[in-house]
Design a protein around this ligand. Structure first.
Ligand code: ADP
Ligand code: ADP
Length: 240
């Protein structure tokens, strides 16, 4: 079974600008941890932003959970995006809200501007958030502000927030770029454990090849917008 299929995807930011993604194809099964590797500027973030449809592909198709989401607009896309949990490089936490509020915000799609959203949620959601925070090792930090946390702890909040959505897919963009090597490995370990326990596949861009190989079961390599490497087909093209 395939959860996500990307077919001949191409993208440019501007009509007359350079093609940033060139004819990219790959797919993801429900138990995959797929790493996207490649140097800075290769197109990794752009690819993830096409999949969660913050960007609209110039050509090609993206099929997610049986639906072609390539040209879905606004409302349809909002529903789809709710089923994709995002984990970011810079964590994207709301600093003036507590840890548990940040996690609950996953239910709202992160955009709430309300100071404390805690009271808006049914008890079941709060219990669920507490349970997830416990699983990522943050049960002692529930009421803290993100500013009181270390980088690794902040990324655990990001992971918890993504899980709060009951995602069908975890989209992870350079989760370890701002973390030191030891903490990076810990964070990747938590993402992998959560993925396995929840049965949710991961699509993770990461420039650290060693971590990519350690935690993933599939790797694709991008360079200059081309797919140069694909562990599924054992293909390596010139230049990687
Ligand atoms: P990576 O995540 O692999 O570092 P990116 O997807 O961020 O690569 O960038 C791929 C290419 O797209 C780079 O050449 C970058 O300069 C360009 N790019 C990224 N964002 C934009 C943008 N908003 N407008 C124009 N070009 C962009
Ligand atoms: P990353 O490689 O992690 O995507 P970057 O530093 O390349 O980080 O990009 C940071 C931000 O700047 C992104 O939002 C990206 O879209 C934007 N950006 C990158 N390159 C360009 C570009 N050539 N023109 C406009 N915006 C860009």
């Amino acid at each position: 079974m395939i959860l996500l299929e990307v077919k001949n995807l191409s993208f440019r930011y501007h009509k007359t600008g350079p093609e940033i993604l060139k004819n990219i194809s790959f797919n993801l099964a429900p138990n995959d941890f797929l790493a996207i590797i490649g140097p800075s500027g290769a197109g990794k973030s752009t690819l993830l932003r096409c999949i969660n449809r913050l960007l609209e592909p110039t050509s090609g198709d993206i099929l997610f959970d049986g639906i072609n989401i390539t040209n879905l607009h606004q409302r349809g896309m909002r529903d789809v995006r709710c089923r994709m949990g995002m984990i970011f490089q810079e964590f994207n936490l709301i600093e003036r809200m507590s840890v548990i509020d940040n996690v609950l915000a996953g239910r709202l799609g992160y955009t709430s501007s309300i100071r404390s959203i805690f009271k808006m949620f049914p008890k079941s959601d709060i219990q669920k958030a507490l349970k997830i925070l416990d699983r990522v090792g943050l049960s002692n930090f529930v009421e803290k502000r993100p500013t009181a946390l270390s980088g690794g702890q902040r990324q655990r909040v990001g992971i918890a927030r993504a899980l709060m959505q009951d995602p069908k897919l975890l989209l992870v963009d350079e989760p370890t770029s701002s973390l030191d090597p030891k903490i990076s490995r810990e964070v990747m370990g938590i993402i992998k454990t959560m993925s396995e326990e929840e049965g949710v596949p991961v699509l993770c861009s990461i420039h650290d090849v060693i971590l990519a190989l350690e935690f993933s079961n599939k790797v694709i390599g991008l360079q200059d917008g081309y797919k140069r490497l694909d562990s599924q087909t054992n293909s390596i093209e010139n230049g990687m």
